[in-house]
Ligand binder design. Structure first.
Ligand code: ADP
Length: 396
């Protein structure tokens, strides 16, 4: 098996299971240096022991420990070199060691030792190659997942384009109207400076609104590496709802927002979590818009559960789904929509699980519709001397 990447693999920019950066862990080189020293010392000690003891004692077999230790920090090719080196040392000892009582036993011992070193070298090298292959496959899988998540975000943003351009048109037209009014107030005789000032202030507010919408759209569309910070989920949810405002109006959906103001921050990638909320809310709107009966109501709720974790609920009054399908919804390519892809919920679940949380669906027990819930662990407590800056929140 040929390795396509150098060994040791370049860990920079690669996230571990918890999604945090593992590059730059400077404890690893120190640990490796100690193990290297210990391995060399063990090889010297075994060589001395093997050289001063009789050939009847197969002390050279202990070199397998040297090969195993070396395999912890060496690349596959170097493990083979260490194995050959150990065999060379065993043969050298054979020549300088006092003669054995039984020549047959001495020869048999030497063969056993060299055979054991060779076998362990082959196995250790093979294990290292498999480890590298697994690492590369996991990295490729993560790359594909990231690309899919980005594509899904772009698709959702594409679906929202009509709403977003409408959302942008409003502050721009309002700015033009206010600018005309401001000019009129200034041209009056005498000029009405106070009214003109108010017109210009309204222009500033509208410009800020348009710029915030553009900034959020850009953030969500951007392809960026996973960045985990302290996130105030209530703010992240509110930003997504601003983007969806026109969609709610268009589909006649009444939105009820119940945000727990004491919600603790979570350690998360803000854009990824916004993608989850965006997908769940868009699915809810789509489900309700295909179902003409009754009022359309969407409830978005944040709460803190007993364990201190955060719970987000997205509940709609759409047709719901058959209870036995609750898990199938999260399977890749499962869709009941004519133009659906069936990736949205699968991506949402993998994002939430990557953050140490859980995402699941229930049918609404009280009224009609679906309830999607996800939990996230609260951000770990930081001490004043942890050297990290809280993002969007005070120290806990
Ligand atoms: P897609 O939207 O492309 O179909 P998803 O993974 O987002 O892919 O959704 C998978 C399926 O889950 C949908 O086709 C739909 O059948 C079901 N689903 C998702 N959200 C809801 C909801 N709020 N109410 C009812 N069914 C839903």
């Amino acid at each position: 098996m040929k390795l396509r990447t150098p060994w040791p693999p370049d860990l920079s920019g690669v996230a571990n299971e918890a999604g945090t950066q593992i590059a730059g862990d400077n404890r690893l080189p120190t640990k490796n240096a100690a193990l290297r020293g210990f391995t060399i010392a063990a090889a010297i000690a075994i060589f001395i022991a093997d050289s001063i003891t009789s050939l009847d004692i197969a002390a050279a077999t202990l070199y397998v420990a040297v090969v195993l230790m070396a395999s912890r920090f060496l690349r596959p090719r170097d493990i083979a070199i260490v194995g050959l080196g150990c065999i060379a040392l065993a043969l050298l000892s054979w020549y300088i060691t006092p003669p054995a009582v039984s020549v047959t036993l001495a020869v048999a011992n030497e063969f056993i030792s060299i055979g054991a070193i060779a076998l362990v070298t082959v196995l250790a090298r093979h294990a290292k190659l498999s480890e590298a292959e697994v690492f590369n496959s996991e990295r490729r899988l993560r790359d594909v997942q990231k690309a899919l998540a980005h594509a899904n975000r772009l698709t959702t943003m594409g679906e929202l384009m009509a709403s977003l351009s409408h959302e942008l048109k409003q502050p721009i037209s309002a700015s033009a109207t206010n600018a005309q009014a401001g000019v009129r107030w200034l041209a009056a005789s005498p000029p009405n400076l106070e009214s003109a000032r108010q017109s210009f202030e309204r222009i500033i507010q509208d410009a800020a609104r348009a710029s915030a919408i553009l900034e959020r759209t850009r953030e969500l569309s951007r392809k960026s590496a996973s960045r985990k910070n302290r996130v105030q989920l209530n703010d992240a949810i509110a930003e997504v709802l601003v983007l969806l405002q026109h969609e709610f109006l268009k589909e006649n959906v009444a939105v009820e927002i119940r945000l727990d103001q004491t919600l603790p921050p979570v350690e998360a990638d803000r854009v990824q979590l916004q993608q989850v909320v965006l997908n769940l809310a868009m699915n809810a709107v789509e489900a309700m818009s295909e179902f003409p009966e009754g009022p359309r109501k969407l409830i978005i709720q944040s709460a803190t559960v007993q364990s201190g974790d955060v719970l987000i609920t997205v509940q709609d009054s759409g047709p719901g789904f058959a209870a036995e399908n609750a898990d199938r919804l999260f399977e890749t390519f499962y869709t009941t929509k004519t133009s659906g892809i069936g990736m949205g919920l699968a991506i949402c679940r993998s994002i939430v699980e990557d953050h140490g949380g859980r995402l699941w669906a229930d049918t609404n027990q009280v009224a009609r519709g679906s309830v999607f819930r996800f939990t996230l662990p609260r951000s770990p407590v930081r001490t004043a001397n942890s050297g990290e800056n809280p993002v969007g929140g005070a120290y806990l």
